[in-house]
Structures are given as structure tokens and as C-alpha cells.
Design a protein around this ligand. Structure first.
Ligand code: TYM
Length: 333
């Protein structure tokens, strides 16, 4: 009897080495990835070509790519189970992005991307073409590996949906070349907000670092940031996204980095004030960061470079096979 070979679903995700990674990146993206490794074949990239949509200092960019790799490892991404690689090490990404720019992506799609509007602000005319077209490079990242699932934070949902549209359009024209991916987002924590303004996302490109807790923050600095975080009017500790967005954000962080769920926390803090709550939250964040940084500090740059070298070979093999099919389908190469 013929035995069915069980194939695991493929996961792809990545982070730009464009600033200090924060607990938003950890909660929204990396924490999901760690849990997926047992069940799926996972590929995690340090997407340095995405980072250059905004000008980067060359030495800093190289250093940050290593830092992000070490953060993946410290968070529990296991290179024995998952592929970890740097995007610029696999040329197929930029090659496929060009092809998808021509055959798949449309100006009307890109004009809808809210992140471009947010990032370019009033300076759309002087923004780089790269910043505008970057979701197409992201689609290439995903489609090269037949990824079925893309775990990201909420802000990247629209880009994954675009990747789906591009894949369908390309397949419609050239046959079933690409797998149509699906976005996966956490129920809570898909959008961690800034500590000083609960109407905006915690972002690694924020010029005011008091808005975010970074994964490599000095422990005492992190404690102070929590104590200074804005809260809403009123005195009760409640989860109410509409009327208490700042507190709800802090409760989300508390629940995910700690051990108690939000309803339990709300119960436990009944009758207590914001001050007590923030002091305890600061302890939870400090414990999380201390454990994380202990692991991070044990990983050397050399270790990270070895992992990236291994990942490069494994990723390139998959990506190059896909590129052969794509080139053949469109009549180049
Ligand atoms: P990037 O580098 O901006 O963010 C990395 C990941 O962190 C998530 N994230 C958040 N989640 C919750 N709360 C927040 N405040 C928060 N801030 C960021 C992001 O949603 C993301 O999952 N284009 C992508 C990187 C990328 C990618 C890909 C992702 C490139 N190619 C292919 C998936 C698949 C980006 O700029 O993410």
C-alpha cells in the first residue's frame, strides 16, 4: 500500500533590522513564531532589503542584522527546526520582486497601502519608489517559499492580503506557480500601542524611545518607562479598548509577558489603584527582559553569523527552485 507522505505547512515571516526591536515586535510576531516551530516548517528572515526603504548607515545595518538574528535565537527560534536567514543573502527575493512588479502588482493596489501613507506622510512625492513598492518585495519573500501561513502583527495584514492577490493574479496567467498565503494574527497583542500615546502603534522607528520598551533596554530604564506610561482617566483597572485604551494596552502587555490572563488581572486589581498596577507590571516586564537578555548575552556575533550562513544555503535552495519555475513560466533566463 502506498504510504501518504505527510507534509507540514510552511510558515514564513520576517523583521526589518531597522531599529531597536521592541516588545510589540516580540508579542505581535516572534512569540507566535516560537510556538509554531513544533507543528510547521518555519522560515524566518532578517529582511535587510526592507530596511533600506529608509536610508540606513551601512555599518549599523550590518550590525543590526546580526542583532536581530541573536534576538530570534534568544526568543527561542531553534535553527535545528527552523531556517533563519538574511534576505540579502538570497538574491531570488529581489529578482522575484521585480517580476511581480511587472506581473502581479498594480498601482491601484499599492495606492491603498495605509503604511505607505503613514510612513511617507506629507512627503509622498519625495518618498523613495522602494518605500512605495515594498509590499511587492514582501510578497516575493512569502511566495518564494510556498508559505501557507504568515504570522505577523496587525499592521502587516494588508500587505499579506496584497501577496494573496498577487499570487492569484500570477497563477491565473501562468498556472499554479504560487501557494496563496494566509495571514495569522494573535487575538490579543496584534497591535501593541505606544506607552505615551495609546492611539498610535509601538514602533521601532519612533524617534521618542520612551514610547516603547525595547528588548535590549536597560532594565531600570524599562522600569521607568512603564511607571511613566500614560493611563486613562478614572481609577479602576478595567479592560475597555474604547474608553480605556492606554490601560487596556498595559493589561495586554501584562497578561502576555506575565502569567495571568486579563480577566484574572482585572479581578485581582479590583479596588487597587493605577500606581500599584504599574509597579507590578514593571516587575513583570523587568523579569521578562532579564530572562530574555540573559539568553541574548550568551549568544555571540560569531554564532549568529554561522546560523545565517547555514540558513542562507537552505533558503537559497528552496528559493532558486521556485525561481526556475517562474523564469520558465514567463519566458526569461
Ligand atoms: P516590521 O519589521 O515593521 O515588524 C516586524 C513584526 O512585528 C510586528 N509588529 C507589531 N506587532 C504588534 N504590535 C506592534 N506595535 C508591532 N509593531 C510591529 C509586525 O506586524 C511584524 O509582524 N514588512 C514587514 C517585514 C516583512 C515580512 C515579510 C513579514 C518583510 N517580508 C514577509 C512577513 C512576511 C515589516 O516591516 O515588519
Amino acid at each position: 500500500m502506498k504510504k501518504e507522505i505527510e507534509t507540514k505547512k510552511i510558515i514564513f515571516s520576517g523583521i526589518q533590522p531597522s531599529g531597536n526591536l521592541n516588545i510589540g515586535n516580540y508579542i505581535g510576531a516572534i512569540s507566535q513564531w516560537v510556538n509554531m516551530q513544533e507543528k510547521y516548517d518555519c522560515i524566518f528572515s532578517v529582511v535587510d532589503y526592507h530596511a533600506i526603504t529608509v536610508k540606513q548607515n551601512p555599518d549599523e545595518l550590518r550590525r543590526r542584522a546580526i542583532e536581530v538574528t541573536k534576538i530570534y535565537l534568544a526568543a527561542g527560534i531553534d535553527p535545528e527546526k527552523s531556517i533563519i536567514f538574511k534576505q540579502s543573502d538570497v538574491a531570488a527575493h529581489t529578482e522575484l520582486a521585480w517580476i511581480l512588479n511587472c506581473y502581479g502588482a498594480r498601482i491601484a493596489d499599492l495606492n491603498k497601502m495605509t503604511q505607505f501613507k503613514d510612513k511617507s506622510g506629507k512627503n509622498q512625492e519625495s518618498a523613495s519608489v522602494g518605500l512605495y513598492a515594498y509590499p511587492v518585495l514582501m510578497a516575493a519573500d512569502i511566495l518564494l517559499y510556498d508559505a501557507e501561513i504568515v504570522p505577523v502583527g496587525e499592521d502587516q495584514k494588508q500587505h499579506v492580503e496584497l501577496a494573496r492577490d498577487i499570487a492569484k493574479r500570477f497563477n491565473g496567467e501562468y498556472g499554479e506557480i504560487f501557494v496563496v498565503p494566509q495571514v495569522v494574527i494573535r487575538k490579543d497583542g496584534a497591535r501593541i500601542m505606544s506607552l505615551l500615546d495609546a492611539s498610535k502603534k509601538m514602533s521601532k522607528s519612533d524617534s521618542n524611545q520612551n514610547n516603547c520598551i525595547t528588548l535590549l533596554d536597560d532594565i531600570e530604564v524599562a522600569r521607568k518607562k512603564i511607571m511613566r506610561a500614560v493611563t486613562d482617566s478614572g481609577i479602576d483597572i478595567e479592560y475597555d479598548l474604547e474608553n480605556k485604551p492606554a490601560l487596556s494596552n498595559l493589561l495586554t502587555i501584562y497578561a502576555i509577558l506575565g502569567t495571568r490572563e486579563i480577566p484574572r488581572l482585572v479581578k485581582d486589581y479590583k479596588g487597587k489603584g493605577y500606581g500599584d498596577f504599574k509597579k507590578d507590571l514593571a516587575d513583570v516586564v523587568v523579569k521578562f527582559l532579564t530572562d530574555f537578555q540573559t539568553k541574548y548575552n550568551k549568544i555571540s556575533d560569531e554564532d549568529a553569523l554561522i546560523i545565517l550562513e547555514l540558513g542562507k544555503e537552505r533558503a537559497a535552495k528552496i528559493a532558486n527552485e521556485k525561481m526556475e519555475k517562474v523564469r520558465k513560466a514567463i519566458g526569461v533566463g
